[in-house]
Design a protein around this ligand. Structure first.
Ligand SMILES: [Ca+2]
Length: 163
C-alpha cells in the first residue's frame, strides 16, 4: 500500500506519506535518517519490504517510549523527559550534549523546547546511532576512543542528513 508507484521499493516521499497522519507529521530529515538506519547492506539505496517492516516495528518501539516518558501527557517530550527516556535505553548522555541536541529544535519563540514525536525519534536515532558507532571504537567502554579524521567524518556525516 505504501509503495504507491509499485516499484517494489519505497522512497522518502512514499514513506513520509505513509507515516504522516492527522496528528503526526514526519519531517523529510527524520524520514531520511530512518531510511539510512534501516538500509539493506546489499542494496543501501533501496528500502524494500523487509527494511520497511523493521523500520515500522522500530517506530512502534519509539512510540511506546515516547508515551511512557511523556509524563505530563503534554504530547511532547521536554529536555528532562528526553534525558530519562535515553537513560532508560542505556544512554547516559552528558547534560551539555543533551542541551546542544535539544537546542537544535528551539524555534526561537522563547518557549521551552518540546519535541514532537518525529523530532524525538530523530534525537533518539542520533544518540543511539552515534553512541553505537563510538562504542565500536571504545571496546573497553572507557568513555574514550582514538579515531582517525576519516573515521570520525564517516561516523558523523550520515547523521547530518540534508533537509
Ligand atoms: Ca511532556
Amino acid at each position: 500500500m505504501v509503495d504507491l508507484d509499485r516499484s517494489g521499493f519505497i522512497d522518502a516521499k512514499e514513506l513520509q506519506r505513509a507515516l504522516n497522519s492527522g496528528y503526526q507529521k514526519f519531517s523529510i530529515r527524520t524520514i531520511r535518517l530512518l531510511m539510512f538506519q534501516f538500509r539493506n547492506p546489499n542494496d543501501p539505496f533501496r528500502t524494500g519490504p523487509k527494511e520497511f517492516a523493521d523500520l515500522w516495528s522500530c517506530l512502534g518501539q519509539w512510540r511506546a517510549i515516547f508515551e511512557r516518558f511523556d509524563r505530563d501527557r503534554s504530547g511532547k517530550i521536554d529536555a528532562a523527559e528526553l534525558r530519562d527516556a535515553l537513560y532508560s535505553l542505556g544512554y547516559a548522555v552528558p547534560p551539555s550534549v543533551l542541551q546542544l541536541l535539544i537546542s537544535k529544535y528551539d524555534d526561537q519563540s522563547g518557549r521551552r523546547v518540546d519535541l514532537s514525536f518525529d523530532s524525538f525519534v530523530e534525537c533518539g536515532m542520533i544518540v543511539k546511532g552515534l553512541t553505537e558507532k563510538f562504542k565500536e571504537k571504545d571496546t573497553r567502554y572507557t568513555g574514550s576512543a582514538t579515531l582517525s579524521y576519516e573515521t570520525f567524518m564517516m561516523m558523523v556525516i550520515p547523521f547530518l542528513a540534508a533537509e
